[in-house]
Design a binder for this molecule. Structure first.
Ligand code: C5P
Length: 309
């Protein structure tokens, strides 16, 4: 294992939207069993790691001031975990170019964890297998394994046990960004309060079939997020954003994960651009971004010698 001074590795990693988030009751370990259908979408962070005297994290982007740069950052934790497994010191500068909304329910922090892990693995030539990387991702957080694999997948357990799903034609989305974030644990606690008798979560066959055939109308009818009532209870103004997106012609609107980002399914790319413009005009959100699904997970895009892949 060796590192070259001046070497840097950059990994591009996507955001996710949950097209089904079925939530069971709280488990003894405090987590909830899920049937969580993830879809990777074309909003990306780029994570660059380079050798340094000690581990440090920096971040640039519109919401960079909201990103913690200490040891709690999942990118820092990823570097620590991988280095500890190899008995080396995690002496890297991790730089995050952030485009995924922060604390928005789109797995931005998880994306940075998966990105830093893959980048450190390449920088340090650890030879970790895909299975070991997935294992470290699961240790980092419930959504992190999906950030590594991308595409579409069903997450069971606390969301970390992945089964890849087949995807037909890409789906077109609009994401409405809200002011401020929502804390995932707080949203799950509100879910527990609102849903004391949650049943076992099950994946929807209709939804899995809609993904496979690329049928946007069928997907619109099958979108479901059990955390949505909790997110709306904590942030009632999201109901106005959902109403504005559907009034603008979206096939369906849903809170993304634990929110507060809302996701709107559009018929095609032109329609997504039109809905995004209408949402911006509506005054019910901070920004609106069009994106498509069917994108890859964490991918090395720059490495010493120009290698990528
Ligand atoms: O796994 P992760 O660290 O991303 O989870 C953040 C928090 O979200 C957990 O501490 C827990 O409060 C909540 N959570 C949960 N059930 C899950 C996933 C997350 O209750 N399946």
């Amino acid at each position: 294992m060796s590192t070259t001074r001046g070497a840097a590795v950059t990994v591009r990693v996507p955001a996710k939207v949950n097209v089904q988030l079925a939530v069971g009751g709280a488990r003894p370990d405090g987590f909830h069993d899920l049937a969580n259908v993830f879809l990777a979408v074309s909003l990306h962070d780029e994570v660059t790691v380079s050798p340094a005297d000690s581990l440090r994290v920096t971040c640039e982007g519109p919401d960079a001031d909201q990103v913690p740069l200490d040891a709690t950052n999942l990118a820092a934790r990823a570097a620590h975990l991988l280095a500890a497994r190899r008995g080396i010191s995690p002496d890297v500068h991790v730089h995050i170019a952030k485009d995924i909304p922060v604390a928005g329910g789109m797995a931005g922090g998880s994306a940075d964890g998966a990105g830093a892990l893959l980048a450190c693995d390449a920088l340090w030539s650890t030879g970790a297998s895909h299975a070991e990387l997935l294992d470290i991702c699961a240790e980092l957080g419930s959504d992190v394994p999906f950030s590594l694999v991308g595409g579409a997948a069903l997450g069971t357990g606390r969301g970390e046990q992945l089964t890849p799903l087949e995807l037909g034609a890409p789906f077109h989305w609009v994401f409405a960004l809200a002011d401020g974030g929502l804390s995932t644990p707080t949203v799950f606690r509100e879910f527990d309060r609102l849903t004391p008798q949650a049943g076992p979560p099950e994946a929807s066959r209709a939804l899995v079939e809609a993904l496979r055939t690329g049928d946007a109308g069928a997907l619109a009818g099958a979108l479901v997020n059990d955390l949505q009532p909790a997110a709306l209870s904590l942030r009632p103004s999201l109901a106005d954003t959902l109403a504005a997106g559907t009034a603008a012609g979206a096939l369906a609107g849903i809170v993304s994960g634990s929110g507060p980002t809302t996701a709107f399914l559009a018929k095609d790319a032109d329609e997504a651009d039109r809905i995004a413009a209408a949402l911006r005009r509506s005054g019910t959100c901070r920004a609106a971004r069009a994106a498509h699904s069917g994108v890859a997970g964490a991918t090395v895009v720059r490495a010493p010698g120009g290698a990528a892949g």
